[in-house]
Write a protein that binds this ligand. Structure first.
Ligand code: SF4
Length: 351
C-alpha cells in the first residue's frame, strides 16, 4: 500500500512539473486554481485521439471547437458538413457516432453531459475507455482509465509476465489499485503523459522516469520486453482477390452467404479463398463482371484460424450496367468488416 502511495505522489509531482500543454487540457496549476475541464472538449479530444496522434488531432480540435463551441452547436450540424470537417481524421463511422452522441446529449440531456461513467457509457458511440476518461478528466471521478499506453506502463511497473491479450484484466486491476479519490483527473492524464512521452513502446526513457525506483521491469534490466505478448501461432495462409467496383460515388457490395466466415454481412465481391495465389489471368477471370480491372496490390489480414493475402482489383462500372450489387456510397463503407475496409482503403483511399 505504501509503495502505491509513493508511486502516486511521484507521478503526480512529475505531472505538476511536466504536464504536456494540450489544446483541450486544463493543466494541473489551473485545476488547482479551480478551473474545470469542459466535458465537451474532453469528450471531443478523446474521440479524435482514438484514431490519430496529438499533433494530427490538434488542428481538427481547434477548428471544431471554434466552429462549434458547445455540444449543442455540434448537434445542430448536418451530416454532410460534419463529414467534410472530419475528412482526414479517418473512420467516418466515428464521425457518425460523434454526431449521434452530440445529438443525444443536446436532445435528451439538455446539452449537459452525464457526470458519471455509467451515464456516459449509455451515450451512443461512447465505449468503456471514453466514458472512463471523460468521467475522470471532466468530472474528477475515480475512474480507471486504461488504454494500450496504460497497459504498457502497468506491465513494466509490475513486471507482469502474463502475455497480452490474456493479461488485460490483470493490468486493468493493477491500474485500478492506483486510482484514488485524490486528483483522479490529473492522475489519468499523468499516466497518459508518462506512456506517451517517457514509457514509450520500443525505447522507454527510464533515466527520465519518475517511477524508476519502483519499476520492476527497469530493475530487471529489459523493460522494453514488456508487455509480454503471445507468440503468433503459425496460421495457414490463404489467398483471394477482392474487387472494388465503383460507379460514380458508390461502391458495389454483395451480401455474403448466411453461413461461414463473415456470414450474412455486406462485403466487397471476392474470389474464393484458397491455398495458392491467383495469377493475373485467374484474378480477372474470377471477377464478378467483365471490366477494365486494375491491379492495386494486396492487403494482409489475419483471421483467427488463417492469414489472408487479398489482392485488390479495381474498376469503374459502366453506368448502364449496375449489376446485381448493393451500391453503397463511399462514406457508408466504414461499417464494413475490417478485411474489406482494408481492401477498399487500398483502392483510391475511398474512405
Ligand atoms: Fe517505463 Fe522505464 Fe519508467 Fe519503468 S522505469 S515505467 S519501464 S519508463
Amino acid at each position: 500500500m505504501k509503495e502505491r502511495a509513493l508511486i502516486r505522489s511521484a507521478l503526480l509531482a512529475w505531472y505538476d512539473r511536466q504536464a504536456r500543454d494540450l489544446a483541450w487540457r486544463v493543466g494541473p496549476a489551473d485545476r488547482r486554481a479551480g478551473t474545470r475541464s469542459d466535458p465537451y472538449r474532453v469528450w471531443l479530444s478523446e474521440v479524435m485521439l482514438q484514431q490519430t496522434t496529438v499533433p494530427h488531432a490538434t488542428p481538427y480540435f481547434l477548428s471544431f471547437t471554434a466552429r462549434w463551441p458547445t455540444v449543442s452547436d455540434l448537434a445542430a450540424v448536418d451530416d454532410g458538413e460534419l463529414m467534410a470537417a472530419w475528412a482526414g481524421l479517418g473512420y467516418y463511422a466515428r464521425a457518425r457516432n460523434l454526431l449521434a452522441c452530440a445529438r443525444a446529449v443536446a436532445g435528451q440531456h439538455g446539452g449537459v453531459f452525464p457526470d458519471t461513467e455509467e451515464g456516459l457509457r449509455a451515450l451512443p458511440g461512447v465505449g468503456a475507455y471514453t466514458a472512463a476518461a471523460v468521467a475522470a478528466i471532466a468530472f474528477d471521478r475515480p475512474a480507471n482509465v486504461v488504454d494500450g499506453n496504460v497497459e504498457r506502463v502497468m506491465s513494466r511497473l509490475f513486471a507482469v509476465e502474463t502475455p497480452l491479450p490474456d493479461a488485460k484484466p490483470e493490468l486493468k486491476a493493477l491500474a485500478g489499485e492506483l486510482v484514488t479519490d485524490d486528483r483522479p483527473g490529473d492522475w489519468a492524464q499523468a499516466l497518459m503523459d508518462l506512456g506517451a512521452t517517457v514509457c514509450k513502446p520500443k525505447a522507454p526513457l527510464c533515466d527520465r522516469c519518475p517511477l524508476s525506483a519502483w519499476c520492476a521491469a527497469f530493475q530487471g534490466g529489459a523493460p522494453e520486453t514488456y508487455p509480454r505478448k503471445t507468440k503468433k501461432a503459425d496460421r495457414p495462409r490463404r489467398h483471394g482477390v477482392a474487387y472494388v467496383l465503383t460507379r460514380g460515388g458508390a461502391v458495389a457490395l454483395v451480401r455474403r452467404p448466411p453461413r461461414g466466415l463473415l456470414g450474412g454481412m455486406l462485403g466487397l465481391p471476392t474470389s474464393e479463398w484458397r491455398a495458392t495465389p491467383f495469377s493475373d489471368a485467374e484474378a480477372v477471370a474470377a471477377a464478378p463482371v467483365a471490366a477494365a480491372w486494375r491491379d492495386l496490390g494486396a492487403v494482409e489480414h489475419v483471421f483467427t484460424h488463417f492469414s489472408l493475402t487479398l489482392r485488390v482489383l479495381a474498376a469503374e462500372s459502366a453506368p448502364e450496367d449496375p449489376g446485381d450489387f448493393a451500391w453503397t456510397p463511399r462514406e457508408g463503407l466504414g461499417a464494413l468488416p475490417s478485411v474489406f475496409l482494408k481492401a477498399a482503403r487500398a483502392a483510391e483511399r475511398l474512405i
